[in-house]
Design a protein around this ligand. Structure first.
Ligand code: COA
Length: 246
C-alpha cells in the first residue's frame, strides 16, 4: 500500500496513514487503502496518522474538478468504504491528534471507538465550503451525539476540541498520549471473545427494525460457542476467562 502502513502486533493491527501533506487530506485511493487494511485484519485495528493531523478531510483540491455526477460517485464509494469499516467483524479504534475535519472526522465516526488528544480539533466544516458531509457523517454524528448536537455542529461547521468531544460523548477517551490510550483500549478489547465483540458491534450499530430478531438469534448462537462456555465456567469458578475465538 502507498499511504497506509500496516503493522501486525499480535492481537492488534496498527494501521498508520501517511501522505505527502502532513495534514493528510483524503482522496479515494487513500480511503480504499484504509478500507482494505481494516477488512484484511482479523484483530482489533488502531487507525492513526503521522504528521500534523488525523486528517484534515477530503482533498479540497480534487473538489474543484468534480461535477455533480463525479461528486455523487465519490460520495457513493466513500459511503461504501465507511460502511465497510462500520460493519467490519473487528473493533476499529480511531486514534486522533491534530485535526480531524470533514471526511477525516467522518472516518473517525465510522470507526467504533475514538481516542483523542484533549487539544485535537474536530469539525464537520463542509457547510463552510457550501457543501455538506458526504460520507455518512450527518447520520453517524446524530446517532452518537444526538440530533440537537449534530444539527448544531453540521449547520455551523464549528471546530471543537477533543476535550469538548469527550464531554459530548463523541470521543470515548482522551489523553495527551493518545496512542498509549488507544493501545490500552485495543489491548482490553483483544482479551474479549471475538464472536461476542463482533455481534455486539452488529447489534448496536444495526438499524432498529432489524434489532430485535437479530438480538435473539445472536444471543442463541453465542450459547453454542466454546467461549461462552469458558466465560460461564470462569465466572462460576471465580477465575479469569481465557477466550480463544471458538
Ligand atoms: N484538502 C486539500 N488541501 C488541504 C486541505 C484539504 N482538506 N487541508 C489543508 N490543505 C492544504 C492547504 O491548502 C495548504 O496547502 P499549500 O501549502 O499548498 O498552501 C496546506 O495543506 C497547509 O494548510 P494550511 O491551511 O496552510 O495550514 P494551517 O495550519 O494554517 O491550517 C487547517 C490547517 C486544517 C485548519 C486548514 O488547512 C483547513 O481548514 N483545511 C481545510 C479543512 C476542511 O475544510 N476540511 C473539509 C473538507 S470537505
Amino acid at each position: 500500500m502507498k499511504y497506509i502502513t500496516v503493522e501486525d502486533m499480535g492481537k492488534i493491527t496498527l494501521a498508520t496513514l501517511k501522505t505527502d501533506n502532513p495534514l493528510n487530506p483524503l482522496n479515494i485511493e487513500i480511503l480504499r487503502e484504509i478500507g482494505e487494511a481494516v477488512s484484511n485484519s482479523r484483530n482489533v485495528v488502531v487507525l492513526n496518522s503521522e504528521g500534523r493531523a488525523f486528517s484534515a478531510g477530503a482533498d479540497i483540491k480534487n473538489f474543484t474538478k468534480m461535477n455533480a455526477n463525479m461528486a455523487h460517485r465519490f460520495a457513493s464509494e466513500g459511503h461504501d468504504i465507511m460502511n465497510g469499516i462500520a460493519s467490519a467483524d473487528v473493533p476499529v479504534i480511531a486514534a486522533i491528534h491534530g485535526y480531524a475535519l470533514g471526511g477525516g472526522f467522518e472516518l473517525a465516526l465510522a470507526c467504533d471507538f475514538r481516542v483523542s488528544t484533549p487539544d485535537a480539533k474536530l469539525a464537520l466544516p463542509e457547510i463552510t465550503l457550501g457543501i455538506l458531509p458526504g460520507f455518512g457523517g450527518t447520520q453517524r454524528l446524530k446517532a452518537i451525539a444526538g440530533e440537537g448536537r449534530a444539527l448544531e455542529l453540521v449547520s455551523t461547521g464549528r471546530t471543537f476540541t477533543g476535550q469538548e468531544a469527550k464531554e459530548m460523548g463523541i470521543v470515548n477517551r482522551i489523553s495527551t498520549d493518545h496512542m498509549e490510550e488507544a493501545m490500552k483500549l485495543a489491548e482490553e478489547l483483544s482479551e474479549k471473545p471475538p464472536l461476542s465483540l463482533k455481534y455486539a458491534k452488529a447489534l448496536i450499530r444495526s438499524p432498529p427494525d432489524e434489532f430485535y430478531e437479530d438480538e435473539k438469534e445472536k444471543f442463541g448462537v453465542l450459547f453454542e460457542s466454546k467461549d461462552s462456555k469458558e466465560g460461564f465456567d470462569a465466572f462460576l469458578n471465580k477465575r479469569k476467562p481465557k477466550f480463544k475465538g471458538e
